[in-house]
Design a protein around this ligand. Structure first.
Ligand SMILES: C[S@@+](CC[C@H](N)C(=O)[O-])C[C@H]1O[C@@H](n2cnc3c(N)ncnc32)[C@H](O)[C@@H]1O
Length: 537
């Protein structure tokens, strides 16, 4: 599992990983391999690496940075930049983002905050987001908005009030489907699957009945997530919903929320501590801290309910059981990994609220262990997130399942017919149709530590271009596809049943190009159902 994560982390090369690598070099951790290998438990290993890191200049450098504090001066600068974008450049989205950042920097109750809300309300009015515009005007008034400017704002509010009933409703993604036949033992799944465990596959998901292509297998909400920088000013950091008039955390300059409810929920659950962390950690450490905090809170609250048999997507116990390849990593990778844990640990230890709320001595070992286990599973469009049930799906180069995003929900659907007793699999990014067998096997072994025995690997299936075409696709289908593509109607719902039907008729020709084309089309249709549409701004 850890390799799986470190592979994801390489996509952020040049930032976090290389920073951790310099840390390992600076602290000369490589020369301590012999001693390290004699230590057995996670806690002893973290302690050992931590003791070495603390002496390193690089480590001290990380913690010598100061977090940016609320600053009316900075707020004013951002607002001016926003004005420039709005008036001169006519770049509404950029103006909105700058005003929102200016709101995040302004001190609570100040007229700087009021002015930024007022300016944002103007962009919102122009883009016909009248309800959001009214809300921002009210916020401006609640925050010491200068009296001599009030009239203009009241005027805008009046106009927005009269137009708000005409505001269009924009649907960015289809809501996640609901599962009809719920699984009594897996909170996120249908009763068509179960979790099994053996030496070869670790924990894996197996079908308990025949599953039809397209069928929903699970709908899962993330255990925890961290917003990606590009979505910071547009998506609520708590619920991830798109929101053009977010409100800031009252203490830090980074967190933004769609409502007071989301803000308070985040604050109570983890942000209270996170908010005090200096410096702001990279997304990966931040997510592991968030997960460990939720884990610590749960273990205090839930006690022996951990004994029950159900698999719950919102429970840290399930994360503790995720398979780990930590013993198989080379020493330098182990050091890099442990350094990230130590940076997260050291950072949390500097949070006064954390010190106040937790009995540090009694949870110290648990915290190190939790930070060590809190990994990243999926990095996607809006956030980096941990989905617990999705995380136990094994890989196949010919997967029979795929995951689809519906807002913050992750939906797993069958993209092939699955026979009762068959393993349900997803693809870890290397499929047989695009990647040759040698590369696949080497990567899966190096990164995920297993030998793949999927049907493409066993039978040495060629890549797409060298596959037979298979039975030609019917002309009615080709015509429908052309029409749909040309007219750009993308009325998938209308043709999805036909495509699924066709898939069933072509399955016996596997492996062939036409079957793969049908499968890709099904996948595209289901993605399109779930995905975030482009911003309407
Ligand atoms: C994301 S986890 C999947 C859940 C895991 N099986 C567990 O027990 O928690 C990835 C790890 O599962 C195992 N795995 C995934 N696909 C596999 C496969 N096709 N055959 C054997 N092991 C596999 C590998 O150990 C891999 O590092």
């Amino acid at each position: 599992m850890d390799k799986f994560i470190s592979n994801l982390m390489t996509s952020s090369k040049g930032t976090f990983e290389s920073e951790m690598f310099s840390l390992v070099k600076d602290a000369q951790l490589a020369s301590h391999e012999e001693h390290f290998k004699m230590l057995k438990g996670t806690c002893d290993r973290v302690d050992f690496i931590y003791s070495l890191l603390k002496k390193s200049a690089e480590f001290k450098k990380i913690f010598s940075q100061n977090a940016e504090k609320k600053s009316n001066e900075k707020s004013m600068k951002l607002r001016t930049e926003g004005n420039n974008m709005y008036i001169r450049e006519k770049n509404m989205l950029k103006a909105l983002e700058l005003y929102t950042e200016s709101i995040a920097f302004a001190e609570s109750g100040s007229w700087y905050l009021a002015l930024s809300y007022a300016n944002r309300s103007s962009v919102l009015f122009e883009k016909r987001y009248y309800k959001e515009c009214i809300k921002d005007i009210e916020r401006a008034f609640q925050n010491d908005y200068p009296g001599h400017l009030k009239e203009k704002l009241l005027n805008r509010k009046g106009k927005a009030e009269s137009l708000k009933e005409y505001q269009k409703q924009f649907q960015y993604y289809m809501p996640a489907p609901t599962i009809q036949n719920k699984n009594p033992l897996i909170s996120a799944a249908s009763d068509s699957v179960e979790i099994r465990k053996n030496e070869k596959y670790g924990r894996h998901v197996v079908s308990t009945k025949d599953i039809q292509v397209g069928e929903v297998i699970s709908v899962e909400n993330s255990f925890a997530h961290i917003i990606l920088p590009k979505s910071r000013f547009i998506n609520c950091h708590e619920c991830l919903e798109i929101c053009y008039n977010m409100i800031p955390c009252e203490r830090c300059t980074l967190a933004l929320y769609c409502t007071e409810t989301c803000r308070d929920q985040a604050y109570t659950n983890y942000h209270k501590y996170e908010c005090e962390l200096v410096p702001l950690l990279h997304t990966h450490s931040q997510l592991s801290i968030r997960m460990a905090l939720i884990g610590l809170k749960q273990c205090g609250k839930m006690g022996d309910t951990y004994e029950d048999e159900t698999f719950c997507s919102d429970r840290f116990k399930e994360i503790l059981e995720l398979s780990s390849t930590s013993n198989e990593r080379d020493f330098i990778n182990t050091c890099i990994y442990l350094s990230t844990v130590c940076v997260a640990y050291h950072s949390l230890m500097r949070s006064p609220s954390f010190q106040k709320d937790f009995d540090i001595n009694s949870i110290d070992g648990l915290l190190k262990d939790y930070l060590y286990r809190a990994h990243i599973i999926l990095r996607k469009k809006v956030a980096t997130a941990m989905y617990v049930f999705t995380g136990i799906f094994n890989h196949s180069c010919v997967p029979n399942c795929e995951f689809f995003h519906h807002g913050s929900n992750l939906v797993i659907r069958a993209i092939a017919n699955i026979k009762k007793g068959e393993q349900c699999t997803i693809c870890y990014g290397i499929s047989f149709s695009t990647t040759n067998i040698l590369y696949r096997q080497r990567t899966l072994k190096n990164v995920y530590m297993f030998d793949c025995d999927c049907k493409a690997c066993i039978n040495k299936w060629p890549v797409f271009d060298n596959l037979p075409l298979g039975k030609p696709l019917p002309t009615w289908f080709e015509a429908k596809m052309m029409q749909n593509t040309f007219e750009n109607t993308k009325n998938w719902d209308e043709i999805l049943p036909d495509v699924l039907h066709l898939y069933n008729a072509y399955e016996k020709y596997e492996p062939c190009q036409n079957l793969l084309l049908l499968q890709n089309l099904i996948s595209e249709m289901l993605t399109d159902k779930g995905c975030n549409k482009d911003l309407d701004f």
